[in-house]
Design a binder for this molecule. Structure first.
Ligand code: UZR
Ligand code: MG
Length: 207
């Protein structure tokens, strides 16, 4: 198999990365799934050794919260046509579940996550770098709704996290990483023109 095309999709928490990724995948689902998705979120470090209070206080918006060494090794394996077993991270317990998930190599791998473009050593592994550029107030509203609904949080805890880590770390790490992107997408995950542009790039690469 030819080396896969690896596409990194980054941007703030709540910017629409996951929706953009899902919509891109949908565009291909009719064609026998040559595309696989991998999420940086799964590479949050295991924290079984820490009590819950310490886990709750960790800064998850810093690049060091992720085990990027493992992500890098996995991307290299996928490039060589090998399957990987990636960790299954649980946002409620802030650690990894015992079982791993298997991901098969594919011609196109879409990777999505907040810190992908903020690590210079990861950049050479990506063939296409996309940044979803959404105003932070919109990200915050979406994140509040999602985290309460899906990640078992209270409004107070989301607001507190936003102020203490999400916002400052966004300005320190994520916002500057925008300049490493090949494509900056405004209007989030439903930007149809951007989806079409990326889709045709992928199709070209699959020829
Ligand atoms: P996305 N996060 C948690 O809240 N708890 C964890 O155990 C791990 C991560 C949050 C993290 C970050 N930050 O903003 C967000 N905080 O998950 C990234 N605070 O995930 O891109 O899906 O929003
Ligand atoms: Mg997401």
């Amino acid at each position: 198999m030819q080396s896969p095309l690896i596409i990194a999709i980054s941007g703030a928490s709540g910017s629409g990365k996951s929706l953009f990724t899902e919509n891109l995948l949908k565009a291909f689902s009719v064609q026998g799934q040559p595309v696989q998705i991998l999420r940086e979120d799964h590479y949050y470090r295991a924290q079984d050794h820490l009590p819950m209070e310490a886990r709750e206080q960790n800064n998850y918006d810093h690049p060091n919260a992720f085990e990027h060494e493992l992500l890098k090794a996995h991307l290299q394996s996928l490039r060589e046509g090998e399957a990987i077993a990636y960790p299954h991270y649980c946002f409620k317990t802030h650690t990894r579940l015992p079982e791993t998930e298997r991901l098969l190599p594919a011609p196109v791998i879409i990777l999505e996550g907040i810190m992908l473009l903020a690590r210079p050593e990861l950049l050479p592994l990506f063939d296409v770098k996309i940044f979803i550029d959404t105003p932070l107030d919109i990200c915050l509203m979406r994140r509040m709704m999602r985290d309460v609904r899906e990640r078992g949080r209270t409004l107070e805890s989301v607001a507190n996290q936003y102020e203490t880590t999400v916002k400052p770390m966004y300005h320190q790490f994520i916002e500057p990483s925008r300049f490493t992107a090949d494509v900056v997408v405004t209007q989030g995950g439903k930007n149809q023109i951007a989806l079409d542009v990326i889709k045709s790039h992928i199709q070209q690469a699959l020829l």
